[in-house]
Design a protein around this ligand. Sequence first.
Ligand SMILES: Cc1cc2nc3c(=O)[nH]c(=O)nc-3n(C[C@H](O)[C@H](O)[C@H](O)COP(=O)(O)OP(=O)(O)OC[C@H]3O[C@@H](n4cnc5c(N)ncnc54)[C@H](O)[C@@H]3O)c2cc1C
Length: 381
Amino acid sequence: MAWTFYTEEQKTLAETYRKAAGEHIAPRAREIDENDRIPSDLLERLVQPPFSLTALSIPRRFGGLQMSKVEVCIVAEEIGYALPCLVPFIETAQLYTYVLSSGGTDEQQKRFLSRLAKGAKGCYALTDEGAGSDPTSMKTTAQLDGDSFVIQGKKRLITFADIADLFAVFASEDTSLGARGISAFLVEKGTPGLKLVHHCKTLGLKGHRAYDIELDGVRVPVANRIGGKGEGLRLAFKALNNTRISLSFGYVGLARKAVELAVEHARTRKVQDRPIGEFQAMSFPIVDAAIEVDAARLLSYRAAVLSERAQRHRKETSMAKAFAAQALIRAVDTANRVLGGYGGDVRYEAERYLRDAYTWISAQGTPEVQRVTVSRELLGL
Ligand SMILES: Cc1cc2nc3c(=O)[nH]c(=O)nc-3n(C[C@H](O)[C@H](O)[C@H](O)COP(=O)(O)OP(=O)(O)OC[C@H]3O[C@@H](n4cnc5c(N)ncnc54)[C@H](O)[C@@H]3O)c2cc1C
């Protein structure tokens, strides 16, 4: 097994989620991909045991499972293996946990995290209409007016905005301050002025349903600002520096599945009476993909352990995410080549893996942006 270095408890955790996902998620994958929608019964199941995807990282005192970072990552790999469009449930709940535990008051943590632990869904609105890789230049603003803030602006590509009960929104209280003007707010679903304006239909990752949203004079009580004025981006980056690790494990999960498919096909498909895996032109790319999958898991595991130990891990996280994205693309590309003409046939799923991978690798910062982070840490420039 690729994960022989895990403890017995960690292996049991992986096995539990693999079994549950194999039973309840994998058989629905085609339907979700075709309809671009997660059926409501599955949505409810995912936030209840044995999945509890929104509660994994939430502290026990707020009703969550308080899993360690490595444990959350192990779950993310199994969910990525079963169906990648469901990994954002894990990611969004973690983003809330990190933002609220770093910047929220006890009262705010209790108020919001206990809801997520019970199955409420959140979305995370950082990307602005004009600012993705560089959120410091966002145009969404928040003006203090009496005992509330009034938020005005547009956010794009916001995963799960249609099913979210809570919206974490990042907005600038003073655009002249750049990064130091941006604050974090929690907005309740149904608040007047909060509108979904466009469903972003994507190549892959169908079911995750991202939306462009508009905040038109949305009033948020002062008590819903998380952290102080201008602390929002620091909180957002700190959270992303942790959630990118489990996202990398999600990539590893899908990549592992693509390699398994390639192996199976290479062993069973015969050309000239020989399994195609006997041709090194077929087997070597599979081997390279398998090596990269294991290396991506190890790099991601290192970042997860550093995160658990509260050691600095910005470079290690971005190395892991950049490499896992590369490993994922290689794995899905290899699977499609090995399948030959069947690569494009929906019955073999390889084409979905390809679509999912390409859609997924830019979430939480593109591979280039991860390299920018590593470069800054490495070169100090
Ligand atoms: C599936 C999916 C789900 C998403 N969900 C959410 C969500 O829930 N909430 C949210 O807030 N956002 C979400 N996003 C948005 C995502 O965070 C952004 O797409 C991402 O940060 C990139 O921003 P952009 O699309 O504006 O690209 P741009 O910033 O316009 O970048 C365009 C290109 O330029 C490159 N580039 C940019 N800066 C540099 C640089 N300094 N050096 C080298 N190259 C550079 C990029 O790598 C990219 O190739 C999601 C995206 C995807 C794909």
